[in-house]
Design a protein around this ligand. Structure first.
Ligand code: ZN
Length: 283
């Protein structure tokens, strides 16, 4: 049966607020994005599988409820969850990392986290900005990453770009894939969103938040992006691009290659950030 492309209310809430554990997760067909990079997340919460001859990398676990869907997705592509060696994250909000502990238990994989988000994940949500009551199962962190550090496995090198603001250790992942004989740059945006309730001015809990967002937009604009991805599919229009990929049976072009869409999205989000900053500064 063809999956409905209308987002559920829960999905919309997660996408806008980045939170909301407890609601049922909606499955989505796992699919190849480019080369050895696959989407194995739920409809609302993006999880990426990067396969290599020496095991696999997963970016984002979603909620605990997402993990069984990730397993189904990985297996539907012919891979095994137990071959996952490294678990990464977009940022330490519950909808991307609450399933980390369960995923780690199931795979025995190592968990790598950007500095700034490492303690939040290790402490099960404690210490995060704004969502002070959000909690999940604590997950030991095996390696704390710094901006620009590389994560290598089986011939693939992922670069961790620190893009803070949304969280202190929000991470944008970038790497190269070979797709249809061409090298393409993949970018998974960590999150450029100033969420409802965030204070950019006079923020006692996160004083450097505005400067962090400003730095993040400079970083995002500096990245070379062919394949545009993000922590939620709605960042890059996943549903429509997936539909196109299914009808494009000749597979001559890759619907996930969208450098202009990437630029437009970053520009849109930077304008939204600047408007919120101006609005809050004038009050
Ligand atoms: Zn978030």
């Amino acid at each position: 049966m063809k999956a409905s492309l209308v987002p559920t209310l829960a999905a919309v809430l997660w996408m806008s607020a980045g939170l909301g554990a407890g609601a049922a997760e909606e499955p989505f067909p796992a699919h190849r994005v480019a080369g050895n990079t696959y989407y194995v997340g739920s409809k609302a919460l993006a999880t990426y599988l990067i396969t290599t001859p020496e095991g696999h990398i997963l970016i984002n676990s979603g909620f605990e409820e997402t993990v069984p869907l990730i397993r189904v997705g990985v297996e539907s592509l012919g891979f095994k969850l137990r071959d996952v060696k490294i678990i990464l994250a977009s940022h330490a909000h519950s909808d991307h990392v609450a399933g980390h502990a369960l995923l780690q238990e199931l795979t025995g994989a190592k968990v790598y986290v950007m500095e700034g988000d490492d303690k939040v994940i290790a402490n099960g949500g404690e210490g995060q900005y704004h969502y002070t009551s959000s909690r999940w199962k604590k997950c030991p962190v095996d390696r704390v990453l710094k901006d620009g550090e590389e994560v290598k496995l089986g011939g693939v090198t992922l670069v961790a770009k620190k893009t803070p603001g949304h969280t202190r250790g929000c991470t944008t992942w970038t790497w190269q894939e070979m797709d249809r004989g061409m090298a393409v740059n993949v970018v998974v945006i960590g999150s450029p969103n100033v969420n409802p309730g965030y204070r950019l001015v006079d923020n006692k809990d996160y004083p450097e938040i505005a400067a962090d967002f400003a730095k993040t937009f400079e970083t995002l604009k500096s990245l070379k992006c062919d394949v545009f991805l993000g922590a939620h599919g709605d960042y890059y229009g996943m549903l429509a691009k997936y539909e196109t990929s299914q009808t494009n049976t000749a597979r001559i072009s890759n619907s996930f290659v969208d450098p202009e869409g990437y630029k437009a999205y970053v520009d849109l989000k930077e304008k939204a950030y600047r408007k919120t900053l101006a609005d809050q500064s004038s009050k």
